[in-house]
Structures are given as C-alpha cells and as structure tokens.
Unconditional design. Structure first.
Lengths: 429, 323
C-alpha cells in the first residue's frame, strides 16, 4: 500500500470521526411541548442560598397533586454557571428558576430565553414594592421575574466596642448618631479616637454598596442602557462618600479572609448588613460574641443590597403551571412563611405589613427587632434602573478601583481613571 | 504490504473442490483484514476519546473565536476581529506578563531545587531512601484548592503566619496581594511547594537509568562528585530534563486555581490585575462575561499558540545547552 493512500484513508477516518461527533452534539434537540392543558406530573424549582421554600412546596404538592422537586444550590458562584449552561444548550433548566439581581440584569438583554409571565399570571403590579416589580421587566416590556425578596440595608455594630470607645450603645441613640453619611464618618472618627486608633468599618466598598442604592438617579447605565458610569452623579456621590471613609476603614474587603477573621478579632466595630448578611455576621463572629452585636438603621435612609426574582425559562414544558407555582411562592402568605423559616425579606406590600414579620426579633443581635428595622428600610428604597452588566461594573471596575485607593496602590485621581476605563469594557454588552 | 506476499497462491495444476476453495478464500480474507485493520481498532479508543474531549472542543473553540459569540444569545461571524482586538488589549498583555513572571518565579527555582534533591536522593549513602522519596512526593497528592486556601491564610495581611514571622526581623506587614512582586512570590511558592517533589521523582528516575559503570570509571579516574554531576549526570539527564521543562511550561502557562483562590476567587486577580494569569483572563472573557465568549475563545487559542512556541523554544534551548 502506498503512503499517500494510507494517509488519505487516515484523514478520511478522522473526518468521519469528527462528523460523527458533531452529529452527536447536534442531535437530541428538545422534544415538542405537550398539548396545552395537560397537567404535569412534576415541576422542578431551582434556587440558590436559602429561600425558605421547603414547607411551601410540600403544601403546593398537597393542594394541586403536582410533584415539586426543589433543587438547591448553596453558592451563587456555582449556581450561575449552571444556569448559563442550561440556557446555552437549551436543556436542563428547571421550570421555575430563582434569579438573583445581578443575574437577572445580565440575562435581560436576551429576554427570549424566558417566558413572559404577564399573560400567564394575574396582574400583581400593585401588590409589590413598585421598583422591585419594575426591575422584573425586560427592556422589551415582557415580565420575566416575579419579586421574591430584597436585601434591605442596616448597620450591624458591636455594642461592647462602641462602649469601650465612649460611643452610645442603644440602637436608637446609635441610629441618631448618623442621620447622614457625614454623621457616620464623624462617629467613625470619634470611635477611632476613643479606641486608640482602631478602624470603625470593614471597608470602603461596603460604604459604596450602601450609597449606590439610595436612589440618587441612574447608576452605571441610563434608561436606554448607555454606559454613563463616568458622568453619573449618583456614582460620583457613592465614590466620594466611600473614598472619604478611607481613614476609618480596616481595609478588609468583603469575603476576604481578613474580613471574615475580622469579625472575631474585632478589627472593625461596624459593617453594612443587608438582611441576608445577619446570618453571615453571626457565623463569622461565633457563639462567643452572641449578644455583642446589634442592628441600627443605615445613614441616609434606606438602601438595598441583593434580592431575587422567580422566572420561568422558555424551555420549560409547562410554562403555565410553572408560572402558577411562581405566583404561589411569591404571594404575601408565602413570603411571610419563607421569612419565618430562613429570613429573606418580603417584597409583597401585604407581607411587609404582616404582624409576624414586623414583630420578629433576632436573638443573636441582642434581640434587635430586625423585622421592623428592615421593614422600615425597605419602604425607603427608591426605584433604580440597573442595566445589563451592573454587577460586572460594580464588582470588576468600581470595587477594585476603590480598594486600590484604600490600600494606597493608587491616588484618588488614578483610581477614578482606572474605574471609568474599566467600567466601559466591563459594561459593554 | 509485504505480509500478503508470503501467502502462496494455490497451484493451478490441482484445482481444489469449489467448497474448500471458498472456505479457504474466506479464511484468507479474514486473516488479511485482521492483519491490516485490527491495529487501528486497538488504538481507536484513544483517538475516539481524544476526538470527543480534545479535538472537537479545540475545533469548536476555533470556530467560536471567529464569532461575536453571546453565550445565551446571538452569534455573528466576524472573521479575525477577535484576534486583532487581542493584540491591542492592554489586559491581555498584562495577563501575559503576569503568567510569564509567575512562571519564571516558579519553574526556575523549582527545577534547580528538584535537580539538587534528586541528586541527593540518588546517593548511595542515604538511609531510608524509600521514605524520603515518598515524603517528597506527598505535596503533589494534596488537592490544589486545599493548598491554595492554606497558603492564602499563611499570606494573610492581618493574621498571616509569614507577616508574623517577618515582624520578628522588624519588617512591616506586607500586603501580599497588593503588589506584583509579593503576589507573584506567594503564588509561585504554592506552585513550588506542590510540584518540586513531582519533578524530583522524575529526575531521580532519569538519574537511575544512567549506567553505574560510568560513575565507577569516573571514580577510578579520580573525578570528584561535583565533576561527576556536571560531566555525567547532567548530559545523560538531557531527555528527562526536556520532558520536565516542557511539562512545567504547559502547567505554568495554564496556571489558574492558585492565583484565583489567592485573590479570594476574584477573576480579575488583584485590585489592579496584579496577578491575573492568561487562563484567568480567558475565563473572565469566555465564561464570566456571557457576551464575549468568542473573544474568550480567541484568548484560549492564543494560550495554545504561546504554549507551543514556548515549548519549542525550551526544547531548542535545553537541547543546545546540553550539547
């Protein structure tokens, strides 16, 4: 056999193998959707963290006879890649999918991946916090998410450290220390003086997180989703407020080992606590510090950090029933039940007035009436348009630049330059 | 093929009965097919698996890199635009510099140390040889994530062991992830800790394959152990050394987990991308940013090309210096 023919044959075999493989990849397209009105045997729900649906789902099974499989993922970092894979390959997604704020915004430009819920459920727009309801809509107007919870903001502070530094410890008096951010900074300086130069807050990015959401207009994007990070007054305000706090900061960026270790070591006396952060604060501080933490209101009124929606992927075989399930999980009664079980803050106006919610106190945080504190903070949150890559701009442009300034790697002007430059690339979509 | 020529053709003088001849012909055909094609069958599983998990993803990545590819949306063909963008992308070059910096800091000391240790372990006077050989390989068995988390704690700014030790000699606490040099050092130390033992064992195996009589002859001629090392061990170790260098190069160019976990899982690797490696940049563009998957694929192909070039360069360098 000559060399050439053997080579040709090998090439042919290789080619055949490749076509076979790409054929494999191409086949297995989605089956047809079942006829309308057919009752599903089972619906799948995808959630991350703890959304408190365990009992609600059992009740739903009893009421409707439809089995519900609850798929929980602990970390958002693991959850997002899974969702992306489901959407990119067109299969595997649950019928009802929880979408965190950053993910929802990122998915919005490709809204056709999601069912429009408006025709599938009744009109509930008046029953929820208006801004939260609006954020569930895609640019093309379709409703892709029903509101679940918000990350309403408060300040967690260490009573014992405050006392040692000569600051008041009662939560009302503490809240009165900082009607605005200037007051917060002054309190920080007083603490620094009284404690022999110790840091007051964990990091300045925690401050920027708090300020950004206080509703001073558009943030990184305008209403038409043009990037305006470098000119937006709200962003500049958050930047200036955050950078002014560098002298009272422990330079321990959120989630870093310095940060989680700092709770036990008391390297900072206060931090910004969205409602879901309370559990993280108590875990990091440990049982030894129980009763030393308390919760006060946030400077400048309300604020928000995080929160989610329930959506139905377009690939769901039972969009109608899935939408009904999402509707059930987000109604007033369910939101109060979920709050009692795992603590996500309601967004349903009726649930926010519920006595079981308002009367709730947190034992670890010196029995602070967290239901009331967070509930009041929720009412003050202003509607904000976030834009598609809000999360990426915040995490990979704004916060690194702030940290570079905080750690003395760049002066204020250089850091701002770094931010505006990165905001353009991170925000492109 | 030469094999088929050895089977004699049936003699035309005595034609066998049609039945027997058919059976014999069929046997011969099977035999010939067996000889010709079964080797391909034997090696097929590797190529099939390589095709599915190696070749296909590579070709698919190449195809993606020619598109403006949104992971969950539109795909538009744009030719080589992604590659043009790559050439003028400041952060790509930044990642390239970081990768080579960390690579140099981890590979060079690591291989020198491995060579030294292997030479030591190769000595005849050493007791409990097997124990030492096993012990030196242990770090490689530990999972990368565990290594990265423990080293991350050691290199902490506030409560880290290294800053505590430095405080005894009067050095101010170092913000390890705040500077290029310090973050590179920290990350390289993880790589070194994990891979020195592995390379030592490979080099040791290479050393043991060197015939003992060479050393005996050198000894009789009065060569010192140092001279023996330079004139016998090193030249004879050349092929093993090339292998180790190329393996380290591939690993170094793909460095991902250590720098990622060192920076608390932040994909941009430091506030000013001080330690973002190429693999991290590829992940940022291709996986984290949903709308630039095509660009991420272009970065992946760039890494592939760089590995090939660097490996070739290493190969030539090691071969020439060993001559």
């Amino acid at each position: 056999m000559s060399v050439t023919t053997r080579r040709t044959r090998l090439a042919a075999a290789a080619l055949a193998a490749i076509t076979a493989i790409s054929g494999l990849a191409a086949c297995g397209k989605d089956d047809e959707k079942p006829a309308a009105g057919e009752k599903p045997a089972k619906l799948v729900v995808d959630t991350f963290g703890e959304m408190g649906y365990d009992e609600l789902v059992k009740q739903y099974e009893k009421d409707t006879g439809i089995k519900v499989e609850l798929r929980k993922t602990a970390q958002l970092g693991e959850y997002r890649p899974k969702l992306v894979r489901y959407l990119a390959t067109g299969k595997g997604a649950a019928d009802v999918t929880a979408l965190e704020e950053g993910i929802l915004n990122e998915f919005k430009p490709n809204a056709r991946n999601w069912e429009d819920l408006a025709p599938l459920v009744g009109d509930h727009s008046k029953e929820y916090l208006p801004w939260k309801w609006e954020l569930g809509k895609a640019p093309d107007g379709r409703l892709i998410g029903l509101p679940t919870d918000v990350g309403s903001l408060a300040v967690c502070y260490r009573k014992d450290l405050f006392q040692a530094a000569g600051l008041p410890t009662e939560r009302d008096q503490v809240s009165a220390l900082w009607p605005d951010w200037k007051g917060f900074h002054d309190a920080g300086l007083k603490y620094k003086q009284g404690s022999g130069g110790k840091a007051f807050i964990d990091s300045i990015t925690a401050v920027s997180n708090g300020v950004l959401f206080q509703g001073n207009g558009d943030l990184f994007y305008d209403k038409e989703d043009n990037i305006i990070a470098d000119t937006s007054p709200a962003v500049k305000n958050a930047w200036d407020t955050a950078t002014s706090m560098a002298d009272i900061s422990a330079k321990a960026s959120t989630w870093s080992p310095e940060w989680s270790g700092g709770f036990k070591q008391g390297t900072f006396a206060a931090t910004f606590c969205p409602s879901w952060m309370l559990g993280i604060v108590s875990d990091n501080s440990g049982p030894a510090n129980k009763g030393k933490w308390d919760v006060a209101s946030v400077p400048g009124g309300g604020g928000n950090w995080g929160g989610s929606w329930l959506a139905v992927p377009a690939q769901s075989k039972y969009p109608k029933e899935a939408a009904k399930l999402a509707e059930y999980l987000t109604n007033a009664k369910s939101q109060v039940e979920a709050f009692k079980l795992k603590g996500p803050l309601p967004t349903n106006l009726e649930a926010l007035k519920d006595q079981a919610f308002l009367g709730y106190t947190n034992e670890y945080f010196s029995n602070a009436p967290t239901g009331k504190i967070f509930g009041e903070s929720v009412a003050k949150i202003q509607p904000i348009h976030l834009g598609p890559k809000h999360q990426a701009v915040k995490e990979n442009a704004l916060e690194p630049a702030l940290r570079a300034f905080e750690n003395g790697q760049a002066d204020k002007a250089k850091a701002w330059e770094q931010f505006t430059k990165d905001a353009k690339t991170q925000g492109a979509f | 093929m030469s094999l088929s020529a050895t089977t004699a053709r049936p003699s035309p003088a005595a034609p066998p009965s049609p039945d027997v001849s058919r059976r014999r012909r069929r046997g011969r055909l099977l035999n010939r097919l067996d000889v010709k094609y079964s080797p391909y069958l034997y090696i097929a599983p590797f190529f099939l698996i390589f095709g599915i998990f190696g070749l296909y993803p590579m070709l698919r990545t190449a195809w993606m890199s020619l598109h403006d590819w949104d992971m969950i949306g539109e795909h538009t063909f744009i030719g080589f635009d992604n590659y043009t963008r790559l050439l003028s992308d400041e952060y790509f070059w930044n990642a390239l510099v970081n990768t080579f910096g960390i690579f140099a800091l981890s590979t060079i000391p690591q291989l020198l140390l491995a060579l030294f240790l292997a030479n030591l372990l190769n000595r005849t006077f050493l007791r409990a040889k097997t124990f030492f050989r096993m012990a030196i390989f242990m770090p490689n068995v530990v999972s990368v994530a565990a290594v990265a988390i423990v080293f991350g704690m050691l290199f902490q700014r506030e409560f880290g062991l290294f800053n505590w030790l430095l405080s005894f000699v009067g050095v101010d606490p170092v913000d390890w992830d705040g500077h290029r040099w310090s973050s590179w050092t920290a990350i390289s130390s993880m790589v070194n800790w994990r891979w020195t033992g592995y390379n030592t064992l490979i080099l040791l195996a290479g050393m043991q394959a060197i015939p003992k009589d060479l050393y005996e002859a050198a000894e009789i001629d009065g060569a010192s152990p140092w001279r023996q090392f330079w004139q016998i061990t090193l030249p004879m170790l050349k092929p093993t050394f090339i292998f180790v260098v190329i393996l380290s190069t591939i690993g170094g160019m793909q460095l991902f987990t250590e720098p990622l976990l060192f920076g608390n899982g932040n994909i941009i690797g430091g506030n000013q991308r001080e330690f973002q490696t190429l693999a991290m940049y590829m992940y940022e563009m291709g996986i984290v940013n949903l709308n630039s998957a095509g660009y991420g694929a272009a970065v992946a192909w760039a890494i592939f090309m760089i590995i090939i070039v660097v490996s070739l360069f290493n190969f030539l360098l090691v071969r020439r210096s060993a001559k």
